[in-house]
Design a protein around this ligand. Sequence first.
Ligand SMILES: [Zn+2]
Length: 330
Amino acid sequence: MGLIADTLQTYLPSKRKHTPSGWISFNAPCCDDKRQRGGFIVNAGDAVSYHCFNCGFKCSWQPGRHISQKMNKFMRDLNMPDDVISQLRLEALRLNETDAISVRSIVPTFDKRALPIDSKSFEEWRTFLKQTDDNYVVPKAVTDVVEYMARRNIGIFDYPLYHSDKIGFNNRIIIPFLFKGDIVGWTARAVNDAKPKYLSEQQPGYVFNLDRQHDDREFVIISEGPFDALSIDGCALLGAEIKDSQNWLLKQLGKELVLVPDRDHEGPRTVEQAIEYGWSVSMPNWPAGVKDVNDAVIKLGKLATLWLIVTAKESNGLKIRLKAKTWFKE
Ligand SMILES: [Zn+2]
């Protein structure tokens, strides 16, 4: 039992009775009671309550709260020494802060971030190019990006994708990271062999594409990369590791969480984490050469890929581990 509930019980009057429902009754110290009309109870989670059925005085405490003035008075009425009362006040404060810190470290917050300079959505590009010249020629950089997305089977108007014609970005497709409608980061992937493959502005704990998970689907499909997420309207971890904050954000959706791991050397670790967080995992029977969701969409299209994912999803940890043993070797 907790220090506060424990200590209070030690200082209750020695002449006391225990009732089957858990109350301890004694002569109420708050007033002149001789008929054991004071009642004290320890509830679930170390919460305590005191009721006087003689004068009507009541006080209570539960973890996460400070010691109230009334609780303080009750402790004085019990003749608890000042230093013991101080110790319990500190304990209440400590419990309160521990709770606050553990919640604060899991619930992420995201600041707004600017996209790379001169980023324009493809709608804006269309309008911009039309204004420039009636017989406009689409710049090669823009065409390259559009063709790249077509090869990956992702429509450039299905998601607010961007392009910038500034050097360093003109060979990249810019994917904004949205959270509750705000842009809180982005990644810019090269559409040619340029290095690095990705330039990114990413805040810790972020999950890609959460904003678009409020449809009729009873589950959320979670994969590693943004292209996987874009090709089937799922979410992306933007890495092989599941962070506590990401798990928290995804759980808020109130849907079944289904991980589709990349079929690579990091996949088994992601699967193990998913099992620990209580997610389902889907390891579909992909066609040869397919190692992630976007590969599958390029080969099979969106609907067939979704069908394979859904039919292969498994929530039992033992069965997931068994399947993983062979799936990652294929
Ligand atoms: Zn009383």
